[in-house]
Design a protein around this ligand. Structure first.
Ligand SMILES: N[C@@H](CCC(=O)N[C@@H](CS)C(=O)NCC(=O)O)C(=O)O
Length: 114
């Protein structure tokens, strides 16, 4: 018999950090933060710094010009063509300016506490 506690201990012992994060998304204790970036992008660096400073786990998706990831970012953001494009729990936040504005207005932190 595998209790939830046993399953959790097995996962943590195995050091499967990806599995732990996936479980955390599923049970809703961690937001799913995705950021599409391109190389040599100061706006991307600024947005990444803010996310790191906040201590939130995020997935960075490399999306150079002409890539499938770039097309995904544009489609998911309803036409956003610049980098970065940021999504929190699937919701399009916009780029760096929008992320910083959300933070300044106090609306960002609540999105990280699902
Ligand atoms: N207001 C946007 C500006 C972002 C921006 O201009 N990013 C540059 C790269 S650093 C970009 O995507 N330029 C257009 C391009 O490379 O096609 C934001 O805050 O994210």
């Amino acid at each position: 018999m595998c209790s939830p506690l046993h399953a959790w201990r097995t996962i943590t012992k195995a050091k499967h950090s990806c599995a732990i994060i996936a479980v955390a998304y599923v049970i809703g204790i961690m937001p799913n933060v995705e950021i599409y970036t391109q190389p040599f992008c100061p706006y991307c660096s600024r947005a990444l710094k803010l996310l790191r400073d906040k201590g939130v786990a995020f997935t960075e998706i490399d999306a150079p010009h002409g890539s499938a990831a770039r097309r995904d970012a544009t489609m998911r953001s309803n036409g956003g063509t610049t980098m970065p494009q940021i999504f929190i729990d699937g919701r399009s936040i916009g780029g760096c300016d929008e992320l910083l504005a959300l933070d300044r207005s106090g609306q960002l932190d609540p999105l990280f506490t699902t």
